[in-house]
Write a protein that binds this ligand. Structure first.
Ligand code: GLN
Length: 322
């Protein structure tokens, strides 16, 4: 078995040469990303950190925020009430699809596509937009263990160009799926997407989910352990958009991607893993990150249903890293 740090270095070296795909540009500010940025971070549930590349590079979290806002909505409303508002069915559609809004049930399909995420954000509570934003930032801070900030240029950039998301919010208002002031809801959604993180932060956030909601470095409870299974289930079935099925098949652990080039994944009880590289495929997922996760899963038997290698290979690799 290859020690984890050496394997991460090897993957970083190998896939640095992979230059296919495009940096997202439909949000103009995202096009400024350096396409060569590349980082891989692992944080264990014991708080050990193994990482290579540009893991301190800041970028906006984008769709990965949906996972954590969903956790917040679960804590506020509980599983059954939230399910009445946002379903948990994968769509097989792109993240920004507005074709399939379930008008009969008045629910968007799942909280990982934009429609469901906007509906989820509309369910956050707080006295006015500032209070709701502060609650959201405090939630992220519990996961990353430090203050978080919104990247203003990205927020403004999406706010002035996010017509598709605006159209979705209007349609959902029309169908009675959301009932708040949609301008404020969209602002909060654009703000959650513009929260700045590093690849290290993402791995720590995933490690917190792997660790029953407790941040393994600070010891802070970021989310109730009661909702970890709900969050991970939705990530597993819907986290990678129209690649979710193939991801479950090839990599086999709950994950979430974002258009800025991050993917985080959870190895329950063991670790959080994040990869960041801004060049995307046509589904909006980072090309290098998918390759790295496939290789990691194969090497250490991470697939949840792959029992052929035993459950201990990855934990041995983690131990040998320490
Ligand atoms: N803010 C982006 C949007 O709403 C997030 C999409 C993504 O990361 N897939 O389009």
């Amino acid at each position: 078995m290859i020690p984890l740090h050496s394997f991460l270095e090897k993957l970083h070296h190998t896939y640095s040469a992979l230059e296919t795909g495009q940096v997202a540009s439909y949000i103009p500010e995202l096009a400024k990303a350096n396409p060569d940025w590349f980082a891989i971070s692992v944080v264990t549930t014991g708080g050990q950190v193994i990482e290579v590349g540009d893991y301190q590079q800041k970028f906006t979290i984008q769709s990965i925020s949906k996972v954590f806002v969903y956790g917040m909505a679960l804590e506020i409303h509980g599983r059954e009430r939230l399910l009445e508002k946002v379903s948990v069915e994968p769509t097989g559609d792109p993240f920004n699809s507005l074709i399939r809004l379930d008008e009969d049930s008045h629910r968007p399909f799942n909280p990982m596509i934009n429609a469901g995420a906007i509906a989820t954000t509309s369910l956050l509570q707080g006295d006015g937009p500032t209070e709701r934003l502060n609650q959201l930032l405090l939630m992220f801070e519990r996961y990353v263990g430090h203050e978080v900030f919104i990247d203003m240029p990205t927020f403004i950039s999406e706010r002035v160009t996010g017509h598709r998301n605006r159209a979705m919010a209007h349609l959902m208002l029309n169908f009675g799926m959301i009932d708040k002031d949609i301008a404020a809801v969209l602002d909060l959604y654009f703000q959650q997407c513009a929260v700045m993180v590093t690849c290290h932060d993402l791995a720590l956030m995933a490690a917190t989910l792997a660790n029953q909601g407790v941040n393994p470095i600070t010891g802070v409870q970021a989310v109730s352990p009661d909702y970890i299974r709900d969050i991970l289930s939705v990530m597993y079935t819907c986290g990678m958009y129209n690649f979710a099925g193939e991801w479950a098949y090839r990599v086999g652990i709950p994950a979430k991607s974002g258009v800025s080039g991050g993917i985080l994944a959870v190895v329950p009880d063991q670790a959080g893993i994040a990869v960041f590289s801004p060049r995307l495929d046509s589904n909006g997922n980072s090309i290098r990150a998918i390759q790295v996760f496939q290789d990691l899963s194969r090497e250490y038997g991470l697939h949840l249903f792959d029992l052929s290698m035993g459950r201990c290979v990855f934990s041995q690799a983690l131990q040998s890293a320490g």
